[in-house]
Write a protein that binds this ligand. Structure first.
Ligand SMILES: Nc1ncnc2c1ncn2[C@@H]1O[C@H](COP(=O)(O)OP(=O)(O)OP(=O)(O)O)[C@@H](O)[C@H]1O
Ligand SMILES: N[C@@H](CCO)C(=O)O
Length: 318
């Protein structure tokens, strides 16, 4: 479920009058997503997404996220930009929450991306990294290495409930990551959560990339590692698909070749990416009641990726 905040129809119709986007025809809550409330809005002029930001997105960060998507859209990337009202505003308040009307992009996300889709997402990511070169804002990565340690401590004994050998693995890997983490790779604004469910495809081509609410300033190669961890395995993490890896890396490098330092660092960045999602999923697993309406995501799917990267990470980039 992803409609936490209900907006009555008359309030929505009044809200839309601030824009030049036509009269309200219909509004439907969107079931996917877990962070925010999303509505699909049809007006007499077109189709839009209305997002109401719930508590996990910090209100102070919204200008960063909305300027970023507007910047990327302005560079011709398939990223939905925020819609301006007649006074030029993008961020509003609706039903007591911060809210934004956003461009709708048609397309469907892929459950099992094939190598062509991986090449597409690799090219998209390289274009995005080029496009942010002149983006003026910064945002600290709140889910970097230091935060994984804190999440592990907050999970405490719960890690062993998820898998008996998890505390030892996590502790050893965090130690190794702290020793090996690279600190001077080319950096800029990254998406940081580019999973298949955040990309929309039409006729085999990317038609939209959404959900920039983890975007932050970090190394570009780490963004590629996050994308690798989510696109190049079966969803349960049991199977690595070498053909997807090759397509993703080639697609990315066709537009932004990696430096030697980035190639060298890639295995450790991949271990970090797997650790990031392992830790947030463990935390959510232990802190979301089993009968909540939100689907809990399986932490072990990323523990399996971590195991893979520990064993075979060095062979990923030739
Ligand atoms: N601009 C858009 N154009 C078309 N569809 C969109 C757009 N934004 C969101 N959607 C649809 O709404 C769904 C939920 O959006 P989103 O994934 O951003 O929700 P969320 O709760 O913020 O995120 P998540 O749970 O993935 O962290 C998406 O799966 C997609 O189907
Ligand atoms: N994409 C993440 C959720 C948002 O961080 C996951 O699948 O665990």
């Amino acid at each position: 479920m992803a409609v936490y905040t209900h907006v009555p129809a008359d309030e929505l119709a009044r809200f839309l009058k601030q824009y030049d986007e036509g009269e309200l025809v219909s509004a439907k809550g969107i079931a996917e997503g877990v962070e925010n409330s999303n509505y699909l809005i049809d007006t007499t002029r077109g189709r839009y997404i209305l997002t109401l930001y719930e508590k996990r997105v910090a209100e102070k960060d919204l200008p960063f996220f909305l300027s970023l998507t507007e910047h990327a859209a302005g560079k011709g990337l398939p990223v939905p930009g925020p819609i301006h009202d007649r006074l030029g505003r993008v961020l509003q308040r609706l039903a007591g929450r911060p809210a934004c009307l956003i461009e709708f992009l048609a397309g469907v996300s892929l459950d099992e991306p094939n190598p062509d889709a991986c090449a597409e997402i690799g090219r998209f990511l390289a274009r995005f990294h080029e496009a942010v070169a002149d983006f003026p804002l910064d945002r600290r990565n709140g889910l970097s290495l230091a935060a994984w340690r804190k999440l592990a401590a907050q999970c405490g004994d719960g890690l062993a409930q998820i898998a008996p050998d998890l505390p030892a693995l996590v502790d050893a890997q965090l130690g190794a990551l702290e020793r090996e983490w690279p600190h001077s790779l080319p950096s800029g604004v990254i998406h940081a959560d580019l999973f298949p469910d955040n990309a929309l495809f039409r006729n085999g081509r990317i038609s939209g990339v959404i959900d920039f609410y983890f975007a932050c300033t970090d190394s570009f190669a780490y963004d590629l590692a996050v994308t690798h961890s989510s696109w190049c395995f079966s969803a349960d993490g049991k199977e690595h698909h070498a053909d997807r890896t090759q397509a993703l890396i080639e697609g990315y490098q066709s537009l932004r070749p990696l430096s030697e330092a980035e190639k060298q660092a890639f295995p450790v960045l991949c271990r970090g990416a797997a650790m990031r999602f392992l830790m947030t999923r463990c935390y959510d697993w232990l802190n979301t009641p089993a009968d909540a309406m939100v689907n809990r995501k399986d932490p072990l799917a990323f523990r399996r990726r971590l195991d893979f990267y520990i064993q075979s990470g060095k062979g990923l980039i030739g």
